[in-house]
Design a protein around this ligand. Structure first.
Ligand code: CIR
Length: 254
């Protein structure tokens, strides 16, 4: 059985941190509705959704992906790169404790879960404005006893590694070559986003299904031509907060 941990949209989401986007008004009611639809799609993919209460003090707390990395053997609670997000970790640690042994990234390490892409035992970690070298060293020390190999990946022009690349099938990734080097993913098939859709690389694979924003039709048809099963979803208000589909859940096997 798969569990998906989510957190409902904070009423303060319009005060979210923005790095690469201009601030635009966010329709809170619509954001909440889109998030409920996201949770329904996760349920339809076979997940038991654990929907946590909103946290008004943390505008970005809907983006639970950034505060933990959940692997089969353990979970790592991060130390988020944005100061305003550091208080988000404590409650997620409590939620994950019954499911996994916990380890922690500590100062001076800073790391957002959005920078961590795991493909089998390969862990790619984005070196971004949120994730630094001390955190990557800590993560490597934590994970090497479990047989994981870490690779630090330079990310330029976007917020996180997973803004630039995500896994779309057992052997393929979807990638924006402007933001991350394709050659990093040696031995993995690389599908590129269409250059008119730079934000199109963030999708969430749950089992055999890809949960995908409904605003990237050219890249979507590239994925469909590869035989990938897609469920599209409207997340326009979450995109305005510089989030997308991976960042709103922590999905793992229980
Ligand atoms: C932030 O800047 O931290 C949020 N406004 C967006 C975080 C999105 N997280 C993700 O893609 N993993």
């Amino acid at each position: 059985m798969k569990i998906a941990i989510t957190r409902q949209v904070s009423s303060s989401i319009d005060q979210c941190v923005l790095t690469h986007l201009e601030r635009q008004p966010i329709d809170f009611d619509l954001a909440r509705l889109q998030h409920q639809q996201y949770e329904s799609v996760l349920s339809s993919c076979g997940c038991r959704v654990v929907s946590l209460s909103p946290e008004v003090d943390y505008p970005d707390s809907v983006f639970v992906e950034d505060v933990a990395i959940v692997l089969d053997e353990l979970a790592i609670i991060t130390n988020p790169g944005a100061a305003s997000r550091q208080g988000e970790t404590e409650s997620i640690a409590q939620v994950l404790k019954p499911y996994r042994h916990l380890e922690f990234i500590r100062e001076p390490g800073r790391l957002d879960g959005g920078d961590v892409l795991c493909i089998d035992k390969n862990v790619y970690v984005g070196v971004s404005s949120r994730t630094n070298q001390p955190a990557i060293e800590q993560l490597s020390m934590i994970l090497s006893p479990y047989g994981y190999t870490l690779k630090a990946v330079r990310v330029e022009g976007c917020l996180h590694l997973k803004s630039a690349v995500t896994q779309v099938s057992s052997q393929a990734v979807l990638l924006n070559p402007v933001w991350v080097e394709s050659s990093t993913f040696e031995g993995v098939k690389v599908i590129e986003v269409h250059r008119s859709e730079p934000y199109a690389a963030n999708c969430l694979m749950v089992g055999e299904t890809l949960i995908y924003p409904d605003v990237y039709p050219i890249t979507q048809s590239r994925l469909e031509r590869e035989g990938i099963r897609i469920l599209t979803i409207d997340v326009t208000e979450l995109i305005k907060a510089e989030g997308a589909v991976t960042c709103c859940s922590l999905v793992f096997s229980a």
